[in-house]
Every structure is written in structure tokens, then in C-alpha cells.
Design a protein around this ligand. Structure first.
Ligand code: HMG
Length: 419
């Protein structure tokens, strides 16, 4: 059977950034609560002319440039920041990217899990016809109420992936562990722009789902923990991945390293002597006997601690960080834990293919993260409180420097354009 998996991957984020040290100062919070307690340094925040559509299109555009459109007959858009109750956000992306008309476009929803659901559906489509390629886009704006415990975990970003037969990056393996449970830990009613969350419950629901999905993976004949070289988690805030790693190690009976990056005197997060913009990490090889096994936890958090929660894109942003910073991945098995509140979750695995390192996007991602325009807390909060309705025609101010923008509302419909 031909391998099927991720052939290309690209990350995009929003125009603005809020530094959590400024939020800490404005709210009289110890900055270490955010930096060490939550494992977050910053969060991306969209300009008024950005949303999940513009970020998703920005992530997908370089993939289309590199790989062309041949064989792409499906576009799956995963989001919980949907822009319409009926029309799939992917339809607007399809137009912005200039894709051919002969494409099946739809939207996937189940909180942060939807990106994984879309990836698995894409694999199913390619299994049926290996000549087809599927564009999967996971894009979200995570928004909580001001002054709520969730506020410092907000974020924005998108990951696009091209799924194909004979992929160049990762072959996704067949066995998955699944877990679903009806739990009111986090949700967003139709008339609310911010999520409602029971923070404590959400953390335990996530960990319960992790053991549930892990047990199912084992029952389905999936690999033992010792056979998984790197592990990626959904990262609503990166400390959650540390909690998950500790939980999984205890549950499956192996001591795994739970170290997050070290924070230098300059405030930059580093793995060993390295940071998101410099050289590669050493990988798990060369660990002294008896030390907890390093499964790439710290490396996988390098992007998310600067992006904030990107909901559906989060576990794939962790993958992007790992691919960009770990030079010892060839042939290694990666475990992915995807959690979506509500809840649905999946533990699946994939093998990294030879040549992955030559496709590193590390410098581009570092440049994009550094290029974000900082917002003062006052300016961010004013933007946060601006809710654009659909009742009147409106033109958004021209702010973003991304390739696509949300131009406004006309006749109650959202209008998108190239910048
Ligand atoms: P909180 O008020 O920040 O909680 O809310 P806390 O007071 O317990 O502090 C958090 C941590 O900071 C604690 O460490 C403190 O000890 C530490 P922990 O016990 O967790 O190891 N701390 C400090 N550390 C160093 N220096 C200090 C200091 N002060 C305190 N000075 C909460 C935390 C997660 C509840 C909040 O951020 C929240 O509501 N977040 C939103 C919900 C969320 O992200 N849940 C995660 C699981 S659910 C999920 O992942 C799904 C989701 O992505 C949505 C989807 O599926 O679509 C959310």
C-alpha cells in the first residue's frame, strides 16, 4: 500500500502581537505566571482586516506556489472561528487562491480537534484515489473575555497542509486511538464572540481524553510508548503540553522529560543552547542513562509560546516547530495528541521521511513572528471590544501586510481581496 501523509506544511499568523509582559504589567500580574505558569510569552492578534479566512489563505498560498494545483480536488477548512453559519470559510479561501472550480470545499468543526478530523478525512480521500491531493487548512482566532483566566492564552494562526500519496514529509500511520465524551468544558454559543470556559474542568477533561485515546491506541494495536520517538500535543498554552507529557508518562509507565524551554536573561525561550531562530537541537540521541527520555516537548512549544492558542492549528504548529528545529527526525515516529473541547480527541502516529530537513521553514517563520506589529494593552483591548456586525455595509481599515485581507461587509456578505 502506498504511503499517505503530509507532503507540505506552512504556518501563518496575524499582523499584531501582544507581549504578555505588557499584559502582566497592565493587570498587576507577576510576569512569571504567564511565562512559567502558562508557558506563554506572547499572543498573535488579528488586525481589523484579518480573520481565519485571511490567515488560512496566507498559509496555503506558498504551498500552492510550490506544489501547484494539479490533483487538488478537495479543500477542507477546519475552524472554530467560523465566519458564517452556512457558508464554509474554505469557499472564500478557494477564491483567494484562484483554485479551479472542480474542487470539493467544506468546513470541519469540533473545537480544536477539527484540524485532525480534516487530516484524517483527507487521508481517506487520497486512499480512495491516490492521484488526488487534498489541501487541509486549520485556522483560528482564539478569543476569551477580557480579564478572564483565559485572556493570556488567546492567540491566532493557521497551518495549511497538503495531503498526498508518497508524501515528502510524514507518512501518517493507519492505527488511531479515539476518545469522545460530552463535557461542557469550553464552548462558544452562536451569539458570543468569545469562548465560555470552565478552566479547571477543561484541564482534567483534556487529560482524561489523553488516557482514553492512548488506551484505545493500545487496544487497536498501535505502537507502545517506547516505540514513539517524539510526541506532540494540542497546546492551548504550552504548560498544558507539559501536564499532558507527565500524565502520559505516568499512565503508560515511562519517565519522559517534561522540560519546557529555558528562558534566557534576554527573555528568549531556548531549548538547550538554542532558540527558535538559531541552530538545531541535539535530539534524543546521547542522553545519559537514567535521564527521562526526551521526546521533543520543549522544541515543539517554540512556535506556540509566541502564537498563543491557535485552536485547530495548534498541534500542527507544534509539528512545524519540531520539523524546523530537530535535525534528527528522519525515520523517527511522531505521536500526535489532538484534543477538542466538548470533547473529541485522537492519538495517532506518523513517520518522518528522508529529506524533510531540506524543507525547513525556520527562517521564514522566525521572520514572520518577528515582523508582527506590537500592540499596547490599551490598543489591543480596544480592538478586542470592536465587534463587527453584518447589518450594515462597512469597509475595514487597511492594516494587514498579509497577502489577503478582509475588506468588509457588503449586502450582509463578507468581502475578501488580495492586499
Ligand atoms: P489560571 O487562573 O492562570 O490558573 O488559569 P492558576 O492560577 O492555577 O495558574 C496557572 C499556573 O501558573 C499554575 O501552575 C500556577 O502555579 C502557576 P500549575 O499548577 O498549572 O502547574 N503560577 C505561577 N508560576 C510561576 N510564577 C508565578 C505564578 N503564579 C501562578 N508567579 C487556566 C489557568 C488554564 C484555567 C486558564 O488559562 C484558562 O481558563 N484557559 C483557557 C482554557 C484552556 O486553555 N484549557 C486547557 C485545556 S482545554 C483545551 O485545550 C481546549 C481548548 O484549546 C479549546 C478547544 O478545544 O477548542 C481550550
Amino acid at each position: 500500500m502506498r504511503p499517505i501523509g503530509i507532503d507540505d506544511i506552512e504556518l501563518a499568523t496575524a499582523h499584531h502581537v501582544v507581549d504578555l509582559s505588557t499584559l502582566a504589567e497592565a493587570t498587576g500580574t507577576d510576569p512569571n505566571k504567564f511565562r512559567l505558569g502558562l508557558g506563554q510569552d506572547q499572543f498573535s492578534f488579528p488586525a481589523p482586516d484579518e480573520d481565519a479566512v485571511t490567515m488560512g489563505a496566507a498559509a496555503a498560498a506558498p504551498i500552492i506556489e510550490r506544489c501547484g494545483t494539479e490533483g487538488i480536488r478537495t479543500l477542507l477548512f477546519a475552524t472554530e472561528s467560523g465566519i458564517d453559519q452556512s457558508k464554509a470559510a474554505g469557499i472564500s479561501v478557494h477564491k483567494l487562491l484562484g483554485l479551479p472550480s472542480q474542487v470539493r470545499v467544506t468546513e470541519f468543526k469540533e473545537a480544536c480537534f477539527a484540524g485532525t478530523a480534516a487530516l484524517q478525512a483527507a487521508i481517506g480521500i487520497v486512499s480512495r484515489n491516490p492521484g488526488e491531493r487534498v489541501l487541509v487548512i486549520a485556522s483560528d482566532v482564539a478569543r476569551y473575555e477580557l480579564d478572564s483566566p483565559g485572556e493570556p492564552t488567546q492567540g491566532a494562526g493557521a497551518v495549511a497542509m497538503l495531503v498526498s500519496a508518497d508524501p515528502r514529509l510524514i507518512e501518517i500511520e493507519q492505527v488511531s486511538g479515539l476518545f469522545a465524551a460530552d463535557v461542557d468544558d469550553f464552548w462558544r454559543p452562536n451569539d458570543s464572540t468569545t469562548a465560555i470556559v470552565d478552566g479547571g474542568l477543561s484541564v482534567t477533561a483534556y487529560l482524561d481524553a489523553l488516557s482514553g485515546a492512548w488506551d484505545d491506541l493500545q487496544e487497536q494495536g498501535g505502537p507502545a510508548l517506547a516505540e514513539i520517538d517524539r510526541i506532540l500535543y494540542h497546546q492551548p498554552f504550552t504548560k498544558m503540553a507539559k501536564k499532558a507529557q507527565l500524565h502520559l508518562g505516568q499512565h503508560a509507565g515511562e519517565e519522559l522529560s517534561c522540560d519546557l524551554p529555558e528562558i534566557g536573561a534576554d527573555g528568549v525561550a531556548r531549548v538547550g543552547s538554542q532558540d527558535a531562530a538559531s541552530a538545531d537541537r541535539q535530539g534524543a540521541a546521547g542522553e545519559a542513562p537514567g535521564t527521562p527520555r526526551d521526546t521533543g516537548l520543549a522544541t515543539s512549544t517554540l512556535y506556540n509560546r509566541r502564537l498563543g492558542n491557535t485552536y485547530t492549528a495548534s498541534v500542527f504548529a507544534a509539528l512545524a516547530a519540531l520539523l524546523d528545529h530537530d535535525d534528527d527526525l528522519e525515520g523517527r515516529r511522531i505521536g500526535f495528541f489532538s484534543y477538542g473541547s466538548g470533547s473529541a480527541s485522537e492519538f495517532f502516529t506518523g513517520r518522518v521521511l528522508p529529506g524533510y530537513a531540506s524543507r525547513s521553514r525556520r527562517d521564514d517563520v522566525a521572520e514572520a513572528l518577528d515582523a508582527r506589529v506590537p500592540l499596547s494593552v490599551e490598543a489591543y483591548r480596544a480592538l478586542h471590544s470592536t465587534v463587527l456586525g453584518s447589518a450594515d455595509d462597512v469597509e475595514t481599515p487597511r492594516v494587514t501586510s498579509a497577502p489577503f485581507r478582509f475588506a468588509g461587509v457588503k449586502g450582509r456578505a463578507r468581502v475578501y481581496e488580495r492586499s
